[in-house]
Design a protein. Structure first.
Length: 593
């Protein structure tokens, strides 16, 4: 390792012999000091004049300098000034050795930056005590510096040191127009699942292994100096890591590094009794965009990382200003959502679920819509993910259920037999993981007077896979209280059959992808027929979602699919429009379709 890269005392190799440089014109003192210090395990090098001493200090970077004050061509005070003027040497402690008894000499030495002094002639015990004291103090300072700048779990630079390095790199771009660097923000896609399911010890082991892979792939330097050169790998916290790639002329070089890292990070990790996999999402930003502050560059790299996650994870994304604007728009929408919860900006629509045999409306699916006074209609595709991420979905879902229950009871009074038999309500992934879900649900049913069998809750297979541990108990409890359960989007996952056997569903809602293709070939119709046969054997009703053409409807009726839902039958309607729809002759019955 070069002198430029040598670890300071207090780093991981703190117990190696300290390096002492003696600057003294008397060569007999060289031998004497070397012999006296042998018992405390230090390495002594010597120089006979100030210039040679400073040159040797630049080469060896000693941990301590013993400086004779009475040199032939200069004084210790002058040498101290020269040492302190060199940034690389300014932090090295100096013990001045002097035969002078004058107070002004000692005062000048301490004013010039000396750490201690030693009067000639000296004894071995006194020399060893002074040297050992300064070395121990340096080691303690180095350890404190390391604790303040290094992540204790992985040994990587922490957020504080990263910020210093990144700002130093930004400042360097102002001094060197030809200099460029890149920042990569890395988040691991399955870390939380691994941490929660296998425990924090396994999670910590995974983080250490990830750190080691990053070190090996990037040959990252391991000094805690602010202005260190070469790649920096830092851990911000949790499963977030940041890489600063030094001397990166353009973004293509950073992209090449990301493409090399992704398969390396995705490979399995052997953690004791467990073997796990955890892919990464990487956001990349280049200094060529022109940054003045480290925080701004980290912010944009973080934005790009979330874009990589949105693209499907286990990939990278290069930051563009459009991403920043998208984040700002999302923040504006989130703030508007917080203000809108509990107001009449949200309204409900109901899509009929129709019996394809009796041609009667069996139930309705409850859907929420948002009409903002300034932004107009906002699609659920935009606001539902934000509501889930911020957990505002819990309050919104409670409001939706409460209003839908009141509406259902009003329909029973006004429509009689024409009213829907039950409400079908979607359950979000956040609700499914909420331990207070059942208490909140039963409280609303009691408050509104809604019968439990008037509610059907829809969950998707992917939700069940994410919360398999709690789903069994939760759905079982709901079922025991008389609430109907439906599996939504059936046919899009890989464990649907096992889910049907494991959970107490009443209804199977076939995903629109099967419905759309049912008229395109015998394979799809055979598949749908098999699904209905399976459902019949399990005692489940089947609802075909997304019926939009007459051809699809005819095929589903030929396959004796019992229930259907889709724009061909009816679009989602507000309450008053649904009442009119219910009281009109059924288009199925009149043959209008």
């Amino acid at each position: 390792m070069s002198a430029e890269r040598r670890k300071p005392v207090g780093w991981q190799e703190a117990q190696q012999p300290a390096r002492v440089l003696l600057i003294d014109d008397d060569v007999t003192i060289h031998s004497l000091v070397t012999a006296m210090l042998k018992s405390i395990d230090v390495q002594v090098t010597c120089a006979t004049d100030a210039s040679a001493g400073i040159e040797r200090a630049m080469t060896d970077r000693p941990d301590l300098i013993l400086l004779d004050h009475e040199l032939p061509d200069t004084t210790g005070v002058e040498v101290l000034a020269r040492l302190k003027a060199v940034p690389q040497l300014a932090g090295i402690p100096v013990i001045v050795v002097t035969a002078s008894e004058r107070r002004e000499v000692l005062t000048a030495c301490f004013a010039g930056g000396a750490s201690d002094y030693l009067r000639k002639p000296f004894f071995g015990a006194e020399l060893r005590a002074r040297v050992q004291s300064v070395i121990d103090r340096q080691r303690m300072v180095a350890e404190l510096g390391r604790a303040a700048h290094v992540d204790s779990l992985t040994g990587l630079p922490n957020r504080t040191l990263l910020h210093l390095r990144l700002q130093a790199a930004i400042d360097r771009t102002a001094e060197r127009p030809d200099y460029g660097f890149a920042v990569m923000f890395i988040d691991f896609d399955r870390f939380k699942i691994i941490n929660d399911s296998l425990g924090h010890e396994v999670g910590d082991s995974l983080l250490r292994e990830i750190a080691q892979r990053l070190r090996e792939n990037l040959r990252a330097q391991d000094t805690i100096a602010r202005d260190a050169v070469g790649p920096t790998v830092a851990r911000l916290g949790g499963d977030e890591f940041v890489i600063v790639l030094d001397e990166i002329a353009d973004i293509s070089m950073a992209v090449s590094v990301a493409e090399r890292l992704l398969p390396s990070l995705e490979a399995s990790y052997d953690l004791g009794e467990h073997t796990v996999r955890s892919s990464a999402s990487i956001g990349i930003v280049h200094s060529g965009a022109g940054y003045d502050l480290a925080d701004d560059m980290l912010r944009d790299a973080d934005i790009a990382m979330y874009e990589a996650k949105a693209r499907g994870r286990n990939c990278y994304a290069v930051f563009t200003p459009f991403m920043r604007e998208a984040v700002r728009n999302r923040l504006r929408l989130e703030n508007a959502l917080r203000d809108a919860i509990g107001t009449d900006q949200f309204y409900l629509v109901y899509q009929p679920i129709v019996s394809l045999a009796t041609r009667r409306m069996e139930s309705v699916e409850v859907l929420v819509r948002w009409r903002h006074p300034e932004l107009g209609l906002i699609s659920p595709v935009e606001f539902i993910p934000i509501a889930e991420e911020t957990r505002l979905i819990l309050q919104l879902a409670d409001d939706v259920l409460r209003r839908a229950c009141h509406q259902f009871l009003e329909w029973r009074d006004r429509l009689g037999d024409a009213a829907p038999n039950y409400l079908s309500v979607n359950l979000s992934r956040v609700q499914l993981a909420d331990p207070s879900l059942t208490d909140r649900l039963f409280s609303i049913l009691e408050e509104t007077g809604m019968p439990a069998d008037g509610i059907q809750l829809e969950v998707t297979e992917s939700q069940l896979m994410q919360h398999r541990g709690v789903a069994t108990e939760l759905l079982g409890r709901l079922k025991r209280h008389g609430i109907r359960l439906a599996m939504d989007d059936f046919g899009t996952g890989y464990s649907s059959l096992s889910c049907l056997q494991e959970y107490p569903f009443d209804v199977l809602k076939v995903d629109r992808a099967l419905t759309e293709n049912v008229s395109r070939g015998r394979g799809y119709s055979a598949l749908l027929h098999a699904v209905m046969t399976l459902a019949e054997n399990l005692g489940l009703d089947v609802v075909a979602e997304g019926i939009e053409t007459m051809e699809q409807l005819v095929m589903l009726q030929a396959l004796e699919c019992p229930l259907g839902q889709g724009y061909l039958l009816s679009r989602p309607l507000e309450a008053e429009a649904l009442e009119s729809w219910c009281l009109e002759p059924s288009p199925l019955a009149t043959g209008a379709l």
